[in-house]
Design a protein around this ligand. Structure first.
Ligand code: GLC
Ligand code: CA
Length: 492
């Protein structure tokens, strides 16, 4: 086992959605040289690590989450040499790099799938094949999860689009294959991985015998996730990854249940779970925020702190009604709360949602599937678009326009908050002291080894806070049109 310094608990991450971050060669698509060209920007912003979404060869049905070759770089995003340069530039800038790794499924264009559908012996059980559809499971992208394959004349299981066939994790060969993939990127020098939908691994054949329950026609995903054996699979990946000193293993856990989230982390498992308890908030609700923070603290979870990602609408639009003052308060929370912050590209600018005006604007697989399904059900084009518009994840995926001048001081605030977090151990890893919500005034304390810091946030935006009231040194203050709305004080 390598020594792990726990650097990730002291780090602010920045998610880079490769196709839309920065276009280096002017073809309209973000790429790896584009990312490299922004390394100084990221360094000045003050982030400690970047998470790169999949950049591997892929038919791009789900924007790269349908990998057809795990050992190379998609030609749209650059070359392997471009990746090496990116890694070197990041490390020179003191920024670590984690790679998104999709091990739950592969593209149906992956060589393993092509051989499996031809029933080649070695690959026969790499995927989940059945003579008949064994259950009512639906894909997380709408529609049935079983697809008939004309070549093998059997059905295969796909939790996402039909072009993303799920690997059969009850076959021990899969773990061995995956280790080779991880080895390849670790040997190049990546600092860790974000394991995509890792609690969805299909590890238990017996679970396929059970139908998922439905509530008001909506399927509840019960038996198709958190199967018996997922933890062992994660342990196998973790044991391998941690033979590399200091490698970080983050796993996306699609579940809000705190005990479930907790059960995948800890020694020998994931270093941290990418959990959605805060991130998935649909409307701003400070009482919910305080409640979740308190519950996660009680459950002993070191949560991921984010309000935006490539899978949801941008929080500037979704939670802040595009008000920069509100965005400042969410930044204050994200960068002073306990957990591991994950900023999403452009939230610091701030960027708003892309407008989705017609079915032509639906790029994302989840949106397109929803649209198709509704048309098949006989809905009008307008109804189908209305439904798909709620489901599509295109909102946060627009290519960033780096030439646009942005006013309002949000970026400067992110910089100050990142500096503050770097300078104060209490803000990075300190436990919570008092947590209180009084009306829309949120107060919490962070207790470090040598200091105690208090954060007060006025989510009513009415300037309720009187800075300096208690005579404590003020570390940071956010003033708005109405007075002081956010305050960080040093209590001890
Ligand atoms: C994760 C990714 C999402 C993708 C899905 C299937 O949730 O974040 O973008 O569609 O996994 O791979
Ligand atoms: Ca490009």
């Amino acid at each position: 086992m390598g020594e792990n310094s726990g650097w990730f608990e002291n780090t602010v991450f920045y998610e880079i959605y490769v196709p839309s971050f920065c276009d280096g060669n002017g073809d309209g698509i973000g790429d790896l040289p584009g990312v490299t060209s922004k390394m100084n920007y990221l360094k000045e912003l003050g982030v400690g690590a970047i998470w790169l979404t999949p950049f591997y060869p892929s038919p791009l049905v789900d924007n790269g989450y349908d990998v057809s070759d795990y050992f190379a770089v998609h030609e749209k995003y650059g070359t392997e040499a471009d990746f090496d340069r990116l890694l070197e530039a990041a490390h020179d800038a003191g920024i670590r790099v984690i790679a998104d790794m999709v091990l739950n499924h592969t593209s149906t264009s992956h060589a393993w799938f092509l051989k499996s559908r031809e029933n080649q012996e070695k690959y026969r059980d790499y995927y989940i094949w059945r003579e008949k559809i064994p259950n009512n499971w639906e894909s997380f992208f709408d529609g049935g999860a079983w697809e008939y394959d004309e070549i093998r004349r059997m059905y295969y299981y796909h939790a996402f689009s039909r072009e993303q066939a799920c690997l059969n994790w009850s076959n021990p060969a899969i773990l061995e294959e995956c280790k080779e993939i991880l080895r390849f990127w670790l040997d190049k020098g990546v600092d860790g991985f974000r394991l995509d939908v890792i609690n969805f691994l299909k590890t238990d054949k017996a679970a396929f015998a059970k139908d998922n329950p439905c509530d008001d026609g909506i399927q509840k995903h019960i038996y198709d996730k958190n199967q018996k054996g997922v933890r062992e699979a994660v342990a196998g990946l973790s044991a391998f990854v941690h033979t590399y000193p200091d490698a970080f293993l983050l796993g996306e856990i699609g579940d809000d249940d705190l005990q479930t989230i907790q059960s995948y982390t800890g020694k020998g498992l994931l270093d941290a779970a990418f959990n959605f308890n805060l991130g998935s908030m649909e409307k701003w609700d400070e009482a919910y925020l305080a409640e979740q923070v308190t519950a996660m603290e009680a459950a002993g979870i070191n949560p991921t702190l984010f309000f935006s990602s490539h899978d949801m609408r941008r929080h500037f639009s979704r939670l802040c009604s595009e008000n920069v003052e509100a965005a400042k308060l969410l930044a204050l929370f994200l960068l002073t709360a306990k957990g591991i912050p994950f900023l999403y590209q452009g939230e610091e600018m701030p960027l708003a949602d892309v407008r989705i005006e017609s079915s032509q604007d639906l790029q994302d697989a989840q949106g397109r599937y929803a649209y198709e399904k509704m048309l098949l059900l006989g809905k009008t084009e307008e109804e189908a678009f209305g439904y798909a518009r709620e489901r599509t994840r295109d909102y946060a995926r627009g290519l960033i326009d780096w030439d646009l001048q942005r006013e309002g001081g949000l970026q400067e605030l992110y910089q100050s908050l990142l500096t503050l977090r770097r300078e104060h151990e209490a803000l990075r890893t300190g436990k919570y002291g008092k947590i209180a919500m009084n009306g829309q005034l949120f107060y919490f304390e962070r207790i470090g080894r040598r200091e105690k810091i208090a954060v007060t946030i006025d989510f009513s935006l009415t300037g309720m806070i009187s800075a300096g009231y208690g005579g404590n040194p003020v570390l940071l203050e956010i003033k708005g049109g109405n007075g002081c709305m956010g305050l960080v004080e040093k209590l001890v």
